[in-house]
Write a protein that binds this ligand. Sequence first.
Ligand code: ATP
Ligand code: MG
Length: 413
Amino acid sequence: MGGYMTLEKEANKLLYILEQAGFSSYKVGGYVRDKLLDLPVKDIDIATSARPEQVTELFPKVIPTGIKHGTVTVHWQGESFEVTTFRKESEYSDHRHPDQVHFVNHITIDLGRRDFTINAMAMDQSGTIIDPFGGQTDLRNKVIRAVGEPLRRFTEDPLRILRGIRFSANLGFGIHPHTWRAMSECGYLLHEISKERIRDEWSKIIEGSHAIVGLEYLSYEGLVPLLPWATIFSAYNRHPNKHQLHRWKNPAYRWAFLLSTSNVTETMDISQLLLDWKFPKRLIRQIEALLFIKDQPIITPIDGKRLLIAHGLDIVKQGSYIRAKTLPDSLCVDSKLLTQWDHELVIGQPKDLAIQGRDLLNHFALQPGPWVSQMLSYLFEQVAFGHIPNDQASLLQEARKVHDDERTNFKDF
Ligand code: ATP
Ligand code: MG
């Protein structure tokens, strides 16, 4: 049997081996939280009193992945586990990196350095839970609460502010009032965190099953001290159709919708903004396509079919849905009509065309150039719309006609 049963069984073996060698060891953090919530297990992190070099001696394949923080990765029976020595951190002079890592001997001290009570629990081999900060109660009450003095914890590491909001967006939990007050007071410290890490947390917030809750916290004044994002998040939060966000699971649709609820898409180069914020290239391309379609009035079947050919049915449907929900007075085409137009397209992809660039080059005995792809997309459209049949003779005949009639449009002829 594969899946997480194996993962848990192997994690327990690992704990057993460590315990036999005289080191106390536990499954910790996200695993314990998700297990208690009956959520699927993704990975299992282990905390132990063994020092990294002692862990390394006990297992055949150990990689020193984060040795500075006391973390090694143990490859074991086809699975891998991050094993971290119990530690406490002190003196965060730059709000981000602990100046020193102090190893400690007891799990309770290690749990005390963790961010939220629901993340500060440990479980031993037998399933007994170590919960010094009331994490189980907070799980039951659906509360995100900082471990220890909130203001100090967010000053130490402002990224925790976004992590807290992320857990709220993923789990649908509220943030405890004291914790929330400290978060909002420390918002300005987020300036010190890299764009990439911030964007990473934002993405997880927006992708959460309770994204609206997370975005409500996130749009709180001061938590996004960065323009234009502050404008974007607060415009979203005030938008009458904001709940539509949950209609999609796909991050590209969620981001495109969120961006469309403000007017930044009209005033800014969004592609550049997304590039600056290190969004994955593929995601940027999808968001661009959606925002492009959102800006197109689809009036005639030809308008619709052109977009369908270029982007495919799903993205055109969602793009025009975004248009309908964010530009309420816009002309908006019914999704059934889009489906019908899509069916009416004779061929779906340029590769289905009965001729290729090579055929055009041979036929006209001309130099290659941009005219080839221009001609191919023209022919493709003609076939897709059903204006000419998809066979070599008809296509070459049409190409010849265009060549003779419209030299000016194809400059390279
Ligand atoms: P996910 O499901 O996203 O992996 P997680 O709780 O496992 O959630 P990780 O980022 O994998 O989150 O971190 C593992 C554990 O390490 C957390 O549960 C928490 O106890 C601790 N932790 C991680 N980041 C921080 C931080 N910035 N400050 C304090 N503790 C942290
Ligand atoms: Mg994790």
